[in-house]
Design a protein around this ligand. Structure first.
Ligand code: DGY
Length: 326
């Protein structure tokens, strides 16, 4: 009997084919609509493996209704959408896709930083709306990236790669992380600081930490008030790390200068969200890892992880290693 697998969104057909060689595959065929909860519940009642995205909330209630589940393969590096504790208690392996998306996400983070600093979206809109009358000395002036100070909150793989890019722009790089990274400090010429110093001294504050109960609203009113009023906040991690109401107020009151956001507390973000009314906010629809090559790599790694778990091997990028000893 082949194991039964449910895939929660249309993924590349080569990858589906690879999984289907070993498993009975069912898939939510839509590209733009997430699988409804009742469909997911029905499918998981009979599935041995789940291949899902960050849009699916795999909580205790759903796991209660999934008696056969052996593996949850998340096609994302972040896994805040999954109740890891409950999955681990039930011996369900959870896997993610680190590494393969790090360079692409670092590229996007830096692109967003540049676009926000130099007002690229606002400038393009200005031109298209026919508002460009003449070259003018202070027209659409922004902040310098070259030679400025970057503060990275969360120095994982992506954080280190952002630091590397920043060095090309002769930026002074500070970081704050749960643990110090002495090798990275030495190799990349970056400096560890406490959070307060990082917020006070950085021209750009870049959030790249995982979203957990400890990092929820890590950046709130107090933290924003410590930042320079010329500073730019960039978030390409998870929306919930920033208190959006506090961010809106800080931008409105000009406590900070601008923000570049690829992620939001609620996704997709509501079109009438207050942050979308501000011209000093650059907004993107969670596209950090969205290059053809990287999304393919993520899809493939998620498939390899799923198959390894179902065939009795240890998946390459297992999140909850404690389940192996069970
Ligand atoms: C992730 O992988 O967690 C990103 O947010 C999407 O690539």
């Amino acid at each position: 009997m082949k194991p039964k697998v449910y895939i929660t969104r249309k993924i590349p057909k080569e990858v589906v084919k690879q999984i289907a060689e070993v498993c009975n595959v069912r898939m939510w065929e839509e590209e733009d609509i997430p699988v409804p909860r009742h469909v997911l519940e029905k499918e998981l009642a009979e599935s041995d493996g789940l291949y899902c995205l960050l849009t699916e909330n795999i909580d205790r209630d759903l796991l209660d209704k999934s008696p056969r589940l052996k593996v949850i393969s998340n096609m994302a590096v972040g896994y805040n959408n999954i109740d890891i504790k409950t999955a681990s208690q039930r011996g369900i392996m959870v896997t993610n896709t680190p590494g393969v998306l790090a360079q692409t996400t670092a590229d996007l983070t830096f692109a967003l930083l540049m676009a926000t600093a130099r007002r690229l979206v606002e400038s393009s809109d200005f031109l298209r709306k026919g508002e460009w009358k003449t070259w003018s000395p202070m027209l659409l002036t922004g902040q310098d990236v070259y030679g400025s100070t970057l503060g990275i909150i969360g120095l994982g793989q992506i954080g280190e790669l952002v630091a590397q890019r920043a060095k090309g722009f002769e930026m002074h790089v500070l970081y704050h992380n749960r643990s110090r990274k002495l090798e990275a400090e030495e190799k990349k010429g970056i400096q560890y600081t406490d959070m307060e110093t990082l917020l006070k001294e950085s021209d750009f504050v870049c959030i790249l930490t995982p979203f957990t109960s400890e990092t929820r609203h890590l950046i709130g009113r107090k933290e924003l008030s410590l930042m320079k009023n010329t500073a730019v906040l960039i978030n390409t991690a998870r929306g919930g790390i920033v208190d959006e109401a506090a961010l809106y107020d800080a931008l409105k009151k000009k406590e900070i200068w601008a923000a570049g956001l690829d992620v939001f507390e609620q996704e997709p973000v509501a079109i009438d969200h207050p942050l979308l009314t501000l011209s000093n906010v650059v907004t993107l629809p969670h596209i950090g890892s969205a290059s053809f090559h990287t999304r393919m790599q993520m899809a493939q790694l998620a498939a390899e992880n799923l198959l390894a778990a179902l065939l009795g091997d240890i998946p390459k990028t297992l999140v909850n290693e404690s389940v192996i000893s069970k």
